[in-house]
Design a protein around this ligand. Structure first.
Ligand code: PLP
Length: 478
């Protein structure tokens, strides 16, 4: 144990010293970020803390390589070591998730979704058009035929979860490129329960007849029945795409299995690697063999050159996620979210869907007369880092919002457990119940300074008891 402590401290301290020789302000900011993260009680559902091994795998000369193409089929020479890490990452991903194919190049979740959309269009619209024209590729089409194919590509529909029900901007919404590529329609949640109503999704799918049915979310605190989504997709001839960016860690850790595991049911699954999966910032696409050749053209179809250093870190993170300890971690994330929800409910908080069965909790703060923006700022004053989020049928829109989204992946990595999360629920309500809007502002607020100070002190004790990166000791660095 002692040697591990020394090794990791030495690695990061030396790295900072080397950086400081060139631009000390960058080294100082990196060091300060560690201090700040150590001191903050982070409830942001989309963030986590990657292991030192994952972090170190990113900081090296793999960053210097261009590697367009796929392992063994590169447009650049001397990619043998990139091939090794990309193959390893893809193999770990396939084994971990039971996927037929894995593509580990996407630089982020949004990029993974773009790869998925274009792959679905290529497989389901462009390829049949090429076959009908009797040509092998788009370059062989006449200008008139190409114009027809382009019109067909631009004439497709997507059906995804509405933003205020917890869907993501990339699921076909107008401010995002997906909303310009597809004619978008959405399904919401049941107004009485806040839950996905599969009969209503089916009805909507029958009306819309989308090319792509998207399941997945950023702010829905429950499991999704992907077997039901598969049936709906099959009935209307849609491709089922699941964006598991948020809950990939729960799939990897076998908390979401059977009907709730997207991989056996979906044609294409996209994810980030940095949220509950606890890897480097990045994205990934899993798919069936049908989509594999199209997905593998992600770069240069829509992606810039692969980031070999990040693929190396993905391989490390995926190897970690295959260990039994990761399944324990994923179970604990969910147990902690339940404890947090129970703590909040005991104090009378209003939760969207009345609770959680994944890693996140959505609190409707309109019950305290606050916007999400006011609640987020007041909680931050008290040392609780959260983020505002819309709630279903939100009267305050997506900027001010009426909700606060909470997640347990980060605190669980630090080692906090149920009793502490229940107490965090108490602290959250203490602050919310002692915050008032300032006049009729949606932004300004007044928080009881005494309460904020007490909560801040207790939050500091809670995180102080669970040091972040205990194996990294940078004291003594100049
Ligand atoms: N998809 C979902 C469901 C997400 O929640 C997010 C992150 O916010 C993304 C995609 C985008 O991920 P990234 O920020 O890595 O592009």
């Amino acid at each position: 144990m002692t040697s591990t402590v020394n090794r990791e401290s030495t690695a990061f301290a030396s790295a900072l010293d080397v950086i400081a020789q060139v631009e000390p302000r960058v080294a100082a900011a990196i060091g300060q970020e560690l201090t700040d993260q150590r001191e903050s009680l982070k409830l942001i559902a989309s963030e986590n803390y990657a292991s030192p091994a994952v972090l170190l795998a990113m900081g090296n000369w793999f960053s210097d390589k261009y590697a367009e193409g796929t392992p063994g089929r590169r447009f650049y020479a001397a990619c043998q070591n990139v091939d090794t890490v990309e193959r390893l990452a893809a193999e770990h991903a396939r084994e971990l998730f039971g996927a037929q194919h894995a593509y580990v190049q996407p630089h982020s979740g949004i990029d993974a979704n773009l790869v998925a959309f274009w792959s679905i269009l290529a497989a389901r619209v462009e390829t049949p058009a090429l076959a009908a024209a009797g040509v092998p590729n788009v370059d062989a089409l006449s200008d008139a035929d190409w114009a027809r194919v382009r019109r067909a590509l631009g004439d497709q529909r997507m059906l995804g979860m509405s933003l205020d029900a917890g869907g993501h901007l990339t699921h076909g919404f107008r401010p995002n490129i997906s909303g310009k590529m597809f004619e978008q329609s959405s399904y919401g949640t049941d107004p009485a329960t806040g839950l996905v109503d599969y009969a209503a999704v089916r009805e909507r799918a029958r009306e819309v007849r989308p090319l792509v049915l998207v399941a997945g979310y950023s702010a829905y605190p429950r499991r999704i029945d992907f077997a039901a989504m598969r049936e709906i997709a099959d009935e209307v001839g849609a491709t089922l795409m699941v964006d598991m960016a948020h809950f990939a860690g729960l799939v990897a850790g076998r908390v979401l299995t059977g009907d709730f595991d997207p991989v056996p049911h979906a044609d294409v699954v996209t994810t980030t690697t940095h949220k509950s999966l606890r890897g480097p910032r990045g994205g990934m696409v899993l798919c069936t063999d049908e989509f594999a050749p199209f997905v593998d053209r992600g770069c240069p179809m829509v992606l810039g050159g692969p980031l070999p250093h990040v693929m190396a870190a993905k391989a490390v993170a995926l190897a970690e996620a295959r260990r039994p300890e990761f399944a324990d971690y994923a179970q604990q994330v969910v147990a902690n979210a339940r404890a947090l929800a129970d703590g909040l409910l005991r104090r009378g908080a209003r939760l969207v869907t009345g609770g959680t069965d994944n890693h996140l909790v959505l609190v409707d703060v309109s019950a305290y007369g606050l916007t999400g923006r006011q609640a987020e700022a007041a909680l931050l004053d008290a040392g609780l880092v959260t983020n505002r989020n819309s709630v279903p049928a939100d009267p305050n829109g997506p900027w001010y919002t009426s909700g606060i989204r909470l997640g347990t992946p980060a605190l669980t990595t630090r080692g906090l457990r149920e009793a502490e999360l229940a107490e965090v629920g108490d602290l959250l309500v203490d602050v919310l119940a002692h915050t008032r809007p300032d006049g009729d502002s949606q932004v300004r607020y007044r928080v009881d300074a005494g309460v904020a100070e007490r909560v801040r002190a207790r939050a500091a004790e809670l995180v102080g008891a669970h040091p972040l990166y205990p194996e990294i000791d940078l004291t003594g660095r100049g």
